[in-house]
Design a protein around this ligand. Structure first.
Ligand code: NAP
Length: 284
């Protein structure tokens, strides 16, 4: 079974659009997401365009602010302070990566926690690890939704995660743990990686290396979630961290690249924006 993130996200976005359509009557306005793009890295431009397109589909107001990569850290922090204070803004997202002269951690921490739609703010991260209400990071949240939509049982299963980044590997491990999987986290220093991955009932791969996971690293019947977004050095086409063609016949469930985790990440960003909006309007 191939889980289409494209199809699942289309369904979820249509449901969100219906809800959002009722917001003007109920709350006097729709949610407002502000995306800040610094510089013109083609990957970042394409992600930001995708976020604007999804916002339009769902009925969320989207403002994309573009600034040159010469912007100073102080200017960027000043802009975030203004958006934090603006009652008409529900979500703030700073597209990463930022130019080297800007401290990303400082910028993320400057965003009001209640408007942190990416779920990267240290207080949201702390809340996640303490099992308190929080905004979940979009990619891990999307992965759990995909597993559930495919009817994958998570409780009691062996889950192996390759990669331990703050945005994918670490939080998805925590969410799998919260779903009562037995979780093993692996990384670049893991010895005998194949031995560990072959134990996995559920294998989540977030490395950033084209087709790194080969068929011999996966057991028959495993569920394989491919987070990677890479260019295939041979064809120049988008590909994941998993050798899809070789593993698909062995896996019981697998996600494609493109059209898998990527669309679900954007879908969860829309959901997070709506959640931030609702918390704000209900508090007011
Ligand atoms: P990252 O911050 O670069 O982290 C990569 C992780 O992979 C690190 O923990 C690293 O281990 C581990 N790793 C690298 N080489 C390895 C190896 N040979 N064996 C085992 N582990 C290895 O990357 P990221 O931000 O998590 O992103 C990972 C991939 O997912 C990228 O392709 C990115 O574009 C993609 N991504 C996709 C989405 C989406 O929505 N589809 C969202 C986010 C990211 P160490 O910690 O030991 O260095």
């Amino acid at each position: 079974m191939i889980i289409s993130g494209k199809e699942l996200s289309a369904k979820l976005k249509a449901e969100m659009a219906e809800r959002v359509a009722s917001f003007p009557a109920e709350y006097g306005r729709v949610p407002h997401l502000v995306v800040i793009l610094v510089g013109d890295d083609p990957g970042s431009v394409s992600y930001v365009t995708g976020k604007a397109k999804a916002s339009a589909e769902v009925g969320i107001r989207n403002t994309t602010i573009r600034r040159p990569d010469t912007i100073s850290e102080d200017e960027l922090l000043g802009m975030i302070a203004e958006l934090n204070a603006d009652d008409g803004v529900d979500g703030i997202l700073v597209q990463l990566p930022l130019p080297k002269h800007i401290d990303e951690d400082k910028v993320i921490a400057a965003i009001d926690k209640s408007k942190d739609v990416d779920g990267f703010h240290p207080l949201n991260v702390a809340a996640l690890w303490q099992k308190q209400p929080c905004t979940l990071p979009c990619t891990p949240k999307g992965i759990i939704k995909m597993l559930k939509s495919a009817g994958v049982e998570i409780q009691g299963r062996e889950a192996v995660v390759i990669g331990r980044s703050n945005i994918v590997g670490l939080p998805v491990s925590k969410l799998l743990l919260d779903e009562n999987a037995t979780v093993t986290m692996t990384h670049s220093r893991t010895k005998n990686l194949g031995e560990v991955t072959r134990r996995a009932d559920i294998l989540v791969v977030a490395i950033g290396r084209p087709k790194f996971v080969t068929a011999d690293m996966v057991k028959y019947g495993a569920v394989v979630i491919d987070v990677g977004v890479n260019r295939d050095p041979e064809t120049g086409k988008l590909c994941g961290d998993v050798d899809f063609a070789a593993i698909e016949p062995k896996a019981s469930v697998i996600t494609p690249v493109p059209g898998g985790v990527g669309p679900m990440t954007i879908c969860c960003l829309m959901e997070n924006t709506i959640e931030c909006f609702l918390r704000r309007v209900k508090r007011a």
